[in-house]
Design a protein around this ligand. Structure first.
Ligand SMILES: CC(=O)SCCNC(=O)CCNC(=O)[C@H](O)C(C)(C)COP(=O)(O)OP(=O)(O)OC[C@H]1O[C@@H](n2cnc3c(N)ncnc32)[C@H](O)[C@@H]1OP(=O)(O)O
Ligand SMILES: CC(C)C(=O)C(=O)O
Length: 505
């Protein structure tokens, strides 16, 4: 609605090309290094996603990098395969040797880069840029030229550099906001002027140092930029680059620009890249985060159940995500009723009120309530499994410097009383091993997560243990206990989760 009001003030291109640099700038994320096979896997997924260009790496960086890029070239993908090179013969030769059809060559142009890094005069930099572009173009490659740190370069000089690169044969001029210093309005102004002055398409490469990479990229598109550099999950140097999933979804759904991107692949590629790079997304990450389509607040859930658009700007299916209704402190009755319907649990009004109060009480204690927790509570209220199926009758632990930590546990399981002793790496591990050994005859329940936290300070601090356990049939439950004694807190938390799972059977 409001976007339409301002669209005629924009100089939107007919379409925007997506230049993915996950494998180059994305791999520059501190601590990230991908193997050849991992790079190939990501390249295949990017191609399936439908990006226009894959910047596969920096060939001159190492023989391993050349090998990866060469192997990606051999895949003969639909996307262009690009290599980054300084405006140096050896860098461009390395890219040519990899067989890429597209070179992205660059040189720093800002006073800082000229004076302190390159130690070159403005004229020398133009000379080097022209050499690099001509040398790559003479080898029949598509050439994209970047003035590194363009957004801190004097405009008239920047234009001289870009015009010289254009005259030397550059097919695309890229504007890097190398240290993410721009704000959207300034980016729009700068790119407008460049689009007016240059003959070839203008592209942008925005960094996220102030969290503005996506906003600045969109501001550049509004000014006529027809290509955006982006990375999956916003990976990249320092705070990263513009996140591809955010740029793409904004361009398609906010600007109505036709991009040939298979958006339903976005969550899958985000998870894949996250797994291979070890860079986990925060739950509230736009588009692909775990919570991007999760709702807890009662008023929201009520709205979403009536009509999803009330609290969702796009459907989760559009990006390959799933809607989740989460239970907790903010749950409302409508959400609870819908969960009960989902699990075919029928309750009378009184039972429902008891359950609702329990959910609120647990939420107030900061408890995460899983669906299994809810089902167990519901089953208990319905009177079907109000029993403590597994009950602790006794426990003794022994630990020390030269003794093997050992726990002897006595449990009542149904009508039977069983005892066993087990060892472990410590007394907690030994106690949990003993419980699992005794319960294994009844059900195969695994410990998936174990968390311990001291609530207050000092050696007599209250320890809060939180566990997640599951059985082979997909039943999952959490268990929690708070005690001064961490062994007892652990034992109670484990028994809590085990009883919830057993009561579901
Ligand atoms: C903003 C960006 O993301 S730029 C891309 C960053 N990516 C990388 O750096 C890729 C990984 N890099 C590497 O493996 C190495 O830095 C290499 C192989 C590229 C170069 O290694 P080295 O030759 O040992 O040089 P080193 O990295 O120490 O310094 C960079 C050199 O390149 C020069 N240089 C930097 N940019 C350019 C450029 N665009 N054109 C020409 N020369 C440049 C610097 O002045 C410096 O030269 P000097 O060694 O004569 O002082
Ligand atoms: C090479 C260029 C485009 C770059 O990565 C940057 O300036 O951030």
């Amino acid at each position: 609605m409001y976007i339409e009001d301002v669209k005629d003030q924009m100089n939107l291109p007919e379409s925007v090309r997506i230049f993915d640099t996950t494998l180059r700038d994305g791999e520059q994320t501190p601590g990230v290094a991908l193997t050849v096979d991992e790079k190939i896997g990501i390249a295949r997924k990017l191609d399936k996603l439908g990006v226009d260009t894959i910047e596969a790496g920096f060939p001159a960086a190492s023989p391993g990098e050349m090998n990866s890029i060469g192997r990606i070239v051999e895949l003969d993908l639909d996307a262009n395969t690009c290599g980054l090179a300084r405006v140096l013969k050896e860098d461009i030769d390395a890219a040519i040797d990899c067989g890429v059809d597209y070179i992205h060559t660059f040189i720093g142009t800002s006073p800082l880069h000229r004076r302190y890094k390159l130690k070159m005069s403005p004229e020398e930099i133009i000379e080097k840029a022209v050499f690099g572009v001509e040398y790559a173009a003479d080898h029949g490659l598509k050439v994209e030229f970047s003035a590194e740190d363009a957004t801190r370069t004097e405009f008239d000089y920047l234009l001289d550099v870009y015009r010289a690169a254009e005259d030397a044969g550059a097919d695309i001029i890229n504007v890097p906001d190398t240290v993410g210093v721009m704000i959207p309005r300034a980016m729009n102004h700068m790119v407008s002027r460049l689009v007016d002055e240059l003959k070839v398409p203008v592209s942008v490469h925005c960094h996220n140092d102030f969290g503005l990479a996506v906003a600045n990229s969109l501001a550049a598109v509004e000014a006529g930029a027809s290509q955006v550099h982006a990375t999956i999950n916003g990976l990249g140097e320092r705070a990263g680059n513009a996140a591809l999933e955010e740029v793409v979804m904004a361009l398609i759904t906010r600007y109505d620009l036709p991009l040939p991107v298979r958006t339903t692949e976005l969550v899958s590629i985000s998870e894949f890249v996250s797994r291979l790079t070890g860079v986990r997304m925060p739950p509230n990450k736009a588009i692909v985060g775990e919570n991007a389509f999760a709702h807890e607040a009662g008023i929201h859930v009520h709205g979403v159940l009536e009509k999803a658009e009330t609290y969702e700007p796009i459907t989760p299916e559009m990006v390959g995500h799933k809607r989740r209704i989460v239970l907790g402190k903010h749950t409302g009755a409508n959400a609870l009723r819908s969960k009960l319907r989902e699990y075919d649990i029928e309750m009378n009004e009184e039972q429902f009120c008891t359950l609702y109060e329990q959910v609120k009480r647990l939420g107030d204690k900061g408890k995460r309530i899983t669906d299994a927790d809810l089902r167990a509570m519901a089953v208990t209220i319905l009177g079907k499994a109000a029993r403590e199926i597994v009950k602790l009758e006794g426990i003794a632990v022994m630990t020390g410097e030269s003794v093997m930590p050992t726990a002897t546990v006595k449990l009542r399981i149904g009508d039977e009383v069983k005892t066993t002793s087990m060892t472990g790496v410590g007394p907690v591990d030994a106690a949990i091993n003993a419980i699992q050994s005794l319960v294994s005859e009844t059900a195969d329940i695994e410990l998936d997560e174990y968390n311990i936290e001291a609530i207050t300070g000092g050696t007599n601090a209250l320890a809060e243990v939180f566990v997640v356990m599951s059985d082979g049939e997909g039943n999952k439950a959490t268990g929690r206990s708070t005690r001064e004694d961490i062994v007892m807190a652990s034992v109670e938390a484990v028994l809590d989760a085990i009883n919830k799972i057993l009561s579901l059977k």
